[in-house]
Design a protein around this ligand. Structure first.
Ligand SMILES: [Zn+2]
Length: 243
């Protein structure tokens, strides 16, 4: 049940056609696994906490560094050196104390990923490297948990909604195994793409609208153009071919 303060916080949801307290209470019971509390994770986590998603699991083993602060708006100059998940938890509870934040200071590996993701309703890929993304993808496929993939670089980004066998998995269309060096990013770019990830997660959990299934959206901030590419499953994909 929602308390009077929560009803005030979510009052601008409650008036949306067909939303009501039923949807809001449903969101309070949901659990979202957010991999990465950095550039994408910042808007994703802020908006999911603000939307009243009841259980947010944050996974990041990194510590706050000065080079993060142009884009990772969960963190603060005064928290340089702190674990990102602890810094994030502080910011999120300042915004909304009525959600549960579970910080995990672990690096995702093939050994621990299934345990860390647990029985989450959805996975949000806010990672910055392909190695960890492919590990997360395997958990998404084997546990049948949908995953919202996104990536950003400089002034551009991409996003899609993955849930095999209805859609491809990440390995069907991303073959890169390793990431290359430092990824330069204009801070507002993960703000754009991460906000879109939050919209996708909220829609899916609330049962509203149509998600980006089988559609990969590219955004170019320099020209302010969006391009949509239709995705198909790779029938020989080693990760999802048996789904
Ligand atoms: Zn696949």
């Amino acid at each position: 049940m929602l308390n009077p303060e929560e009803l005030m916080i979510y009052s601008r949801h409650l008036g949306i056609d067909s939303w009501g307290t039923v949807t809001q209470e449903r969101l309070k019971k949901k659990r979202v696994f957010v991999a990465g509390a950095g550039g994408l994770g910042s808007p994703v986590l802020y908006y999911l906490a603000a939307a009243g998603i009841g259980n947010l699991v944050l996974c990041d083993f990194d510590r706050v560094d000065a080079t993060n602060l142009n884009r990772q708006i969960l963190h603060r100059f005064g928290r340089i050196g702190a674990y990102k998940v602890d810094s994030a938890k502080q910011s999120l509870l300042e915004l909304n104390p009525f959600v549960t934040i579970s910080p995990l200071k672990e690096k995702l590996t093939g050994r621990n990923a299934v345990r860390l993701v647990g029985n989450s309703d959805i996975i949000v890929d806010c990672l910055d490297n392909f190695e960890s993304r492919h590990i997360l993808n395997i958990v998404s496929v084997t546990r049948n948990i949908p995953m919202i993939h996104a990536g950003v670089s400089e002034f551009r980004g991409q996003i899609t909604f993955l849930h095999p066998p209805e859609t491809p998995c990440l390995a069907c269309f991303i073959t890169e195994k390793k990431s290359r060096g430092v990824n330069n990013i204009v801070g507002a770019a993960p703000g754009v793409i991460g906000s879109m990830q939050a919209v996708e997660a909220i829609k899916y959990l609330a049962g509203f609208g149509a998600t980006l299934k089988n559609r990969l959206v590219f955004w170019d901030g320099l020209t302010m153009k969006f391009e949509t590419v239709l995705l198909k499953r790779n029938p020989r994909c080693r990760v999802c071919k048996n789904r």
